[in-house]
Design a protein around this ligand. Structure first.
Ligand code: NAP
Length: 213
């Protein structure tokens, strides 16, 4: 049985799948191109199957490891095929033309927009948007386990994501309802501008957002 389906075969698919496999989960990779999905599955090794988004996801947890616009299309297209599943939105809806704002309206978030497009019974949870792909592959940042911020409205779904994160060797931080995704997306946007800013030359895309004391 597949525990986790990841839609997409890019950098975040690789990062999240790497952690999931380390935690003993099975992973299904579904891409829009069968050969690309197969290539990532082969690279990841045992415990991974692949297919295309023409098929319904088999996992109980489905990760949307695609750009925001594609995530909206995928959730709409799958419709009832996602009912009863926990769907993780990892997107950062940054305006990549200006790199100066998000593309979602103030008072909303990518996660909430995706949730509104989802069929009844689909539980959308925000997670992993503050974890850079390469850091997920590494599995630690500065020698510390990774923090994964989680926001969602359904307790069973946030608990499922929390358990998955914990079993995969990271620290789950359930920060509140799905609307907290607004702040998670806003904060990651600030972090992304810092990564791209030469004034912060010491930082790179290999940083991790951790809560410490
Ligand atoms: N990179 C990071 O460090 C990072 C960190 C946190 C969150 N995120 C978020 O994670 C998401 C994925 O980022 P990424 O870095 O993994 O991007 P990426 O490496 O460019 O991969 C994007 C993937 O989405 C797939 N895709 C695009 N449209 C699709 C569709 N309609 N149906 C199925 N698959 C589709 C692409 O497929 P093809 O290969 O066939 O084009 C590709 O596999 C984005 O929303 C991003 O904001 C990224």
């Amino acid at each position: 049985m597949t525990n986790l389906t990841i839609i997409g075969n890019g950098n975040m698919a690789r990062g999240i799948a790497t952690r999931a496999l380390a935690g003993g989960f099975t992973v299904e990779i579904l891409g829009q191109d069968a050969a690309k999905a197969q290539a990532l599955a082969t690279e990841l090794g045992a415990g991974v199957t692949s297919g295309t988004t023409a098929s319904a996801p088999q996992g109980e947890i489905v990760v949307l490891a695609v750009p925001f616009d594609a995530a909206k299309t995928i959730v709409s297209t799958y419709g009832d095929a996602l009912a009863g599943k926990t769907v993780i939105d990892i997107t950062n809806p940054v305006n990549f033309e200006t790199f100066d704002s998000l593309v979602v309206a103030p008072g909303s978030s990518a996660a909430e927009e995706i949730s509104q497009l989802a069929a009844a019974g689909v539980n959308v949870v925000k997670a992993f948007n503050t974890n850079f792909a390469g850091v997920l592959v590494a599995g630690q940042s500065g020698g510390q386990p990774l923090d994964v911020f989680i926001a969602g409205d359904n307790a069973e779904a946030t608990s499922a994501v929390s358990n998955f994160v914990s079993a995969s060797g990271m620290r789950p931080l359930v920060v509140g309802p799905l609307k907290r995704a607004r702040e998670l997306e806003g904060f990651q946007f600030v972090l992304m501008t810092m990564q791209a800013n030469p004034a912060f030359a010491d930082f790179n895309w290999d940083t991790g957002l951790l809560i410490t004391k």
